[in-house]
Design a protein around this ligand. Structure first.
Ligand code: GLN
Length: 485
């Protein structure tokens, strides 16, 4: 069953070929059998999942099921889940049982979906390799010596190894698209404001956006329809209708104008990855798309701009973890000062501390203008680059990541090398645009992702462009050998 798309699984449920309880048991068994190898889940919710599945079976029998009723999914452990541990990959929240559900979780529940568990992630979503998790690294199902990418590495590995048919992720600087690319799955980061941030633990609020990690654009369209939409509890939520993403998937691409940013095809790009991307682009040419070179001149400023803005916002967001109200508290504090210092010192890992320090520095009096304000000005220039490009083209394409998955430990001592692995994804968050990563081939047995960037609220278009590629290729159907059976 685990090689089926979620629309096939939904059809199977409706035709009574299997029940949601059977389907859920199948995935729980796969997790028990394989996840020791991958570490993709922090929490598996066996009992809760089987209860939800039984309820879904009743809804199916009563005829009040909606499109994804009874379909299992995994939630990234950044989304608050009522009564279930929500750790955000951190020791700080290892003891935190959320008292309410995130907006995204509410919507999945309301659609009758079954939550298998909570997936591993970089601590507070800070990382590109899943190695900053308090729960240990996740391994890439295509090669267990390799990282799965991050920060949504647990969701990516779980979907790639068929330990969940579909999962949620969040993307602040690439955390859906980059792990999707490195694990050979499809990941969409919607326009900023499309998916509610209510109950999604904040990292950098002006950049954070929830989205979908799936095996195909077809599956991603179905789950995005469930989780997208206005939420008045999120002050930056977009109050606009959610289209039926599945309806437009098969639209013809003749005349589609594709822009290839010259700045994305330079020295830093691995030659094997470049070849795979060129082949993917020629598929689009065959479909009648027009391909032209464009320029995003401020591309090289994206990483430094992000590494001022994201730490600044995180230093403010993470100040709530003080050892007093919730989360980790040190033992036997001498006084209040000691309580704060040791709770934070012991509760946070090295990468999180590094960012809090950088961010606090950038926001401090006397440096604010030099760093934070400057970064905001650069952010505007980066956004303007895209606005100009979208006057000429419908979508922008390029690699999601400059290399395939690297080995565990390879970059963990070199933060700058790690930061550069998001060079093609970060500008999209700074501009607030939607982007999708689609499996496009392999280099040395490790997957390559094609990134497609669209204009604001062009998710429908992105899914259509991705879907047509997946009709012409079968990269998205491959399952790593070890996890096939
Ligand atoms: N890798 C980037 C970072 O470390 C992006 C993370 C993300 O998108 N959450 O901040």
């Amino acid at each position: 069953m685990h090689d089926k798309s979620i629309s096939e699984l939904a059809a199977g449920l409706r035709a009574r070929e299997f029940s949601s309880v059977e389907l859920t048991r199948h995935y729980l068994q796969r997790i028990a059998r394989y996840d020791g190898r991958l570490n993709s889940y922090i929490t598996v919710c066996e009992e809760r999942a089987l209860e939800q599945a039984a309820a879904a079976d009743r809804a199916l029998a009563a005829g009040d099921a909606v499109s994804l009723t009874g379909i299992p999914l995994a939630q990234k452990d950044i989304f608050c889940t009522d009564g279930v541990k929500t750790s955000c990959g951190s020791r700080m929240l290892d003891n935190f049982i959320a008292p309410y559900d995130a907006g995204v979780v509410e919507r999945c529940d309301a659609a009758g979906m079954v939550m298998l568990g909570k997936t591993n992630m970089d601590e507070f979503a800070m990382g590109s390799s899943n190695e900053t998790s308090w729960y240990g690294p996740v391994r890439n199902p295509w090669d267990t010596d390799a990282v799965p990418g991050g920060s949504s590495g647990g969701s990516a590995a779980a979907v790639a190894a068929c330990l969940a048919p579909v999962a949620t992720g969040t993307d602040t600087g690439g955390s859906i698209r980059q792990p999707a690319a490195l694990c050979g799955i499809t990941g969409i980061k919607p326009t900023y404001g499309r998916v509610s941030r209510w109950g999604m633990i904040a990292f950098a609020s002006s950049l954070d956006q929830g989205g979908v990690m799936a095996r195909s654009a077809e599956d991603a369209a179905l789950l995005l329809k469930v989780i997208a939409g206005f939420d008045e509890r999120d002050s930056t939520s977009a109050d606009r209708d959610v289209p039926d993403y599945s309806a437009a998937l098969n639209r013809d691409l003749a005349g589609l104008r594709i822009g290839l940013p010259r700045e994305y095809f330079t020295d830093g790009l691995d030659t094997g990855v470049a070849r795979v991307i060129e082949e993917a682009i020629s598929e689009y040419r065959k479909m009648g798309a027009e391909v032209r070179e464009i320029s995003l001149p401020n591309t090289e400023l994206a990483v430094p701009t992000y590494y001022v803005i994201a730490p600044a916002e995180c230093s403010s967001n993470l100040s709530r973890f003080d050892g007093v109200r919730f989360g980790y508290r040190c033992s036997d504090p001498a006084d209040l000062e000691d309580l704060y210092k040791r709770s934070r010192g012991e509760g946070f890992g090295a990468e999180v501390k590094r960012r809090i320090m950088v961010g606090t520095y950038a926001l401090s009096a006397g440096y604010y203008d030099a760093y934070y304000l400057k970064a905001q000005q650069l952010r505007r220039l980066i956004r303007d680059d895209f606005a100009r490009a979208f006057e000429e083209v419908d979508v922008i394409m390029g690699p999601t990541s400059p290399t395939v998955a690297f080995n565990l430990g390879e970059k963990s001592d070199d933060p700058v090398a790690m930061y550069l692995s998001d060079i093609y994804t970060i500008a999209v968050n700074l501009a607030g645009l939607p982007g999708i990563s689609v499996p496009a081939g392999f280099v040395s047995g490790r997957p390559v992702g094609l990134q497609i960037i669209g204009n604001y609220f062009a998710e429908e278009r992105l899914l259509n462009v991705a879907y047509r590629f997946q009709q012409a290729t079968d990269w998205h159907r491959r399952i790593p050998e070890e996890f096939r059976g």
